[in-house]
Ligand binder design. Sequence first.
Ligand code: ATP
Ligand code: MG
Length: 408
Amino acid sequence: MRFSKYFIPTIKEMPTQTDFISQKLMLKSGMIKQVSSGLFVYLPTFMRVAEKVCGIIKREMEKADSVPAKFPLLIAREDLEATNRWQSFGKEMFTLFDRNKREYAISPTNEEYACFVAQNYIRSYKDLPFSIYQIQQKHRDEIRPRGGVMRAREFLMKDAYSFHADEDSLDEYYKKMEKAYRNIFTKCGLDFVVVNADSGAMGGSGSQEFMALAKDGEAEIGVCGCGFATNTELLSEHICPHCGKELEILRANEVGHIFKLGTRYTDALNLKYVDENNQEKLMIMGCYGIGIERVISSIIEQHNDERGIAFPSNMAPFKANIIVINTKDEAQVKLAEEIYETLQDAGVETLLDDRNERFGVKLADSELIGIPYNIIVGKRASEGVVEFQKRRGDKLEALAGEILQKIQ
Ligand code: ATP
Ligand code: MG
């Protein structure tokens, strides 16, 4: 992309409407724009990062044999009443009426319709386990939307639902998902802790939260050298119940949550399969969520410095930025265009900063946005020489022809 044709509305002053560094930097670097309480416009660089997170998630879901789908945003009231969720989600749901006065909720999650799919197509034990997921907007009327996109009223969630013939199959699949979640968050560059959690409004027998460490994190967690970790809400004192040592207390944000739901939903909806002996049995269920905006916020919480966002290379909206020092110098423009074409042809996501701005302004924007590599095209362009700089690293002279190799 050419910067002049793209849309990265960076702002000079550090935003003051939030205390969270990730939200300040997302606003400052032009990734998001708040338009109402808990409602945001996601701008182009945010979309690029989101695509990367979703790409990692999709690959891991495929490895875990979960199939992609898309459920409706609207869920009819009677379908949520059947599982008692109209009541249990209550005021957290946005609701509306259609022209025939039929009432709906805008989906806070989608267990019911996942069950409907299983009910229609999965009849026999031979079809189990079955796992289906979507990456789709969720709406929740949070009491206090805070932390910007960390706790918004509309957000993007990966929600997966699995169906099983027995508890053993659920246990096995749940472990597979735990592994997938560990891979996803590791690949996103997050430092995280997995804690045992309360199953909350979802119901069920067991659940774990994936907590991304952050100094202003919403939750407090206790971690022990023996590997034990928990949300401190579940403790009466800060002592490890396994080895008796004092817990290290950290702050973190929940980026993912996996649940063993058991028969909580399948019982309510009478979701059955036929076993080896031709007996009808209730399916056993699990569900697995990841908040995309929370993952992105958490990456920024952990990867920033005084100049801006220091994205891990695989998460950055662009990998390289070609900065033309003097856009009126033909030799500079020509060489920059050549490098731009070479990198694009090689599949390197490249920004070409062709704006008629001072070099200092362009470099500051690049460091704020979090682009890992800068290629600075200046005075020696006519000799084919440019400067190559890792974000915040030393400037090194390089021949234009060597750039691709240095980035890869
Ligand atoms: P929390 O306790 O933070 O409200 P939750 O337990 O309600 O989260 P789940 O229902 O498990 O969340 O949803 C799965 C994931 O969706 C969460 O792990 C989180 O990453 C994300 N998420 C939940 N609520 C929000 C929100 N209001 N804004 C952004 N992401 C959210
Ligand atoms: Mg919640």
